[in-house]
Design a protein around this ligand. Sequence first.
Ligand code: HEM
Length: 409
Amino acid sequence: MDGLSRRRMLLVSGALGAFGTLSAASPARARSLWTWAPSGSVAGEGAGLDPEWVWDEEADRLVAAVIDRGDVPRANAGLREWTRNDQPLPGGLPADLRDFMERARRLPSWADRAKLETAARFNETRGLYLNLLNGVGGGMLSTAIPREARAVYYSEGGADMEDRVAKTSLLGFAVGDLNAYRPDGDVVVQAVKTRLVHAAVRHLLPRSPGWSRTSGGQTIPISQADMMVTWHSLPTYTMRKLLAWKVPLTPAESAAYLHLWQVTAHLLGVRDEYIPATWDDAEEQSRQVLDPVLAPTREGVELTDILLRQLAEQTSPGGIDRPLVNALARYLVGDQVADWDGIPREPFWERAIATAWPKLVAFREKLIPLPLVPPLAWTIDEAVRQYILFYLTKGRGTHIEIPATNRPG
Ligand code: HEM
């Protein structure tokens, strides 16, 4: 497998992981009424405004000004030099942007270092599940989130999915890193850069005829509600699966994993009043914002197919083939979303995975001895490992940068 096609697979999988699919004409599904109470948030209080109508005011105004005055190249040159959490902001950044980033990079007052350390250890011990769920699982879920698809498709990055997925993986990798929030980590860097990218997209996309035609009436993309939809397709979904797989988690691990993503949401510009305080609050919010918007789209089906084909191609030397990949994806997201994504049925592998995966998890968690693991399980295990290996290496050499235009054409 040559390096380029291997990279391509990773890129597509990552894009699907965080953003979704190239949906240009998805059905507008009714959003449910916002009733989630700010008392369930990390802020504990708030105005209770529907986040559908809230964006990221200060960042949005600032980045719009940077774009309109032609300062994107200077801003991006500065952003490239900023790579570590503890690093001073580069002097070459435009002054107003630098001032904003100086504030935006600060951890919230409620951030808890000890919890973040526990989360880092949790990422290390459960990295296999977390990467699989956030990457392949979250990817297959997000092909069924129409708004993400449209934003991605019509934005500048939509024209080059490989590059886009590589950039996306930078944040995913930073969050899962042992050093994530330590001085030598880079999650603060990648999250603040991403916040700026989203602000740019809010300014640029409304000028895209293609996006405006298909936005289902939304006039500015990436609302706070949209942010939380994607957020739930990552940690909330992942925690649901870990529990369903009976991975033994201590209360401290579970709380730490939530905390990791709470702090990350804050750095991405989500208001504290929308960030769930507990897993119960997260579940309740997810039921309100994520579950009702999932829907099939023609583009979602197409992109799912590209992702799964490339995943199979990349890993076939190690024994994974398309039917196994199909069945694995279906296992991760369940029949409803798999059907919406057009994932073909694979009776042999579906049965094999349903039998073997729980045994693999139990063996990994030292709950059962080796002889109880069916031999076929190791083929599945190897496939998962290969996917994760690719995932962890794909972002190298890329940078998250502020776009200056929309997708051409
Ligand atoms: C860019 C992550 C929510 C649409 C990015 C990037 C990352 C990221 C890491 C930088 C990669 C790049 O520049 O290509 C996340 C996370 C989210 C989230 C972690 C929520 C927790 C959303 C939502 C939408 C969205 C809800 C749309 C509805 C986009 C678009 C870009 C982008 C259009 C820029 C593409 C371009 O450069 O042209 N996001 N995102 N994101 N995101 Fe998000």
